[in-house]
Design a protein around this ligand. Sequence first.
Ligand code: NAP
Length: 480
Amino acid sequence: MTSTHTDLPVAQFLGGDWVDSATTMPVHNPATGAQIATVADGDEATAIAALDAAAAAQADWAGTDPRHRSDILLRAFGLLHAETDRIARTITLEMGKPLAEARGEVGYGAEFLRWFAEEATRGSGAYFRAPSGGGRIAVRKQPVGPVFAITPWNFPLAMVTRKVAPALAAGCTVVLKPAPQTPLTALEFMRILVEAGVPPGVVNCVTTSRAPLVSAPIIADRRLRKLTFTGSTAVGRTLLTQAAQGVLRVSMELGGNAPFVVLESADLDKAVGGAVLAKLRNAGQACVAADRFLVHEALAAEFTERFLAAVSALPLGDGLDRSTRLGPVIDGAAVRRITALIDEAVDGGAHLHTVGPDIDRPGHFVRPAVLTDVDTRSRLWSSEVFGPVAAIRTFTDPAQALHLANDTDAGLAGYVFGENLGDTLEFAENLRTGMVGVNTGVISDPAAPFGGMKSSGLGREGGSTGLAEYQEMQYLAIAR
Ligand code: NAP
């Protein structure tokens, strides 16, 4: 197995060893289409070997002191920071986001290690006299057991640390299956965990282009106790069905379709700045990306004009080029899917404003687009866009905007902009989304509970509840 860029690890990481595989898969740079590495393509046997290692390491790891686990996570936090340039470059190479954003992801991803290093040492439980007077009640937390973590490509590091850090902090061992588009960052992170002192078998990484082949036997194995998944709602549903057989604990971070609401009292500088961040970070490929813009009629023309001007100022290109602010989308299928959404919306009567000239270069690029008068029945409005395309509608009555904002099965993130504090907060509180940005386009924070309502998921990652997702509660009834 090889990498044409640097000395990146390209083998599987199983039981503390780097294991080559006879079958391999290519990794491409979406900005050029060029192959940048060949990595192991894991199969059923690799999957079971990874779970064997995780199951064998579980008892010893659960028996370590929380302070010990905390110290290891803090070392990994320091190592990630020390290697920011290298990891950021790897993220950009395999995923395409601009280097500045990739550096931001390293900082954000590392923060989960620090946050859960701190949470690991906060003992929690209860001891009290039974109200009936019949005895005493003690409640303790223990690790749930081996965890299977499946992650997407859009944040190749942060989606991994958001799961692995709390699992390790709680005393769980892990089998990780990163997305096939972005295995290199995950393998780099394995190397860092080893350097930080994570013992063999505690974390294992199976890279594969055959996700169902690898995941089905792991999920069906009675030794597995928890499945944590970030990805599309469709795949989440399939995995939930599989997890039901073993009655596994599950965390599901699924797709969104975020409303972005500009109330009449909004400050347009803040709203436009927030819209650029919420829509175009990661070229729109974020689960919390703003999709459906609802702008008060009185501000709509100026908002659209200023938003278009701000988007036009973002240089599009290869993320490795330091002047780039907007990178490619992940692959050719994404280009075709996004283009079809735009075409269908235009056929349905939407007005298209594209930004910038046609793109005449290799790689998977989509010109940013803003569409106004978008029909609510169009797929552009009703499904997750996952690209640099904004759909705008106007409203006059905030109640109508709230109805439209909530009229979706998704419920991950929402945004509301307004200077009238009471009205704006009331609007935010009535959004049926797990997270709301109020006068801000950036909501992700390792200290906050990240997750969705409705079909956007189950459970929360980060915050003080993030650790509990990897813990089992045991109650001891103590006789008088
Ligand atoms: P995806 O197609 O659902 O894939 C996510 C992961 O699941 C990949 O590793 C994928 O591997 C794997 N997978 C697919 N089918 C599987 C199966 N049958 N069994 C086991 N694993 C399977 O999603 P994506 O396109 O990579 O990511 C974009 C989606 O993720 C969007 O919907 C986005 O909103 C969501 N997301 C949500 C959050 C959140 O926190 N809520 C965060 C980031 C992204 P293969 O590619 O090999 O199939």
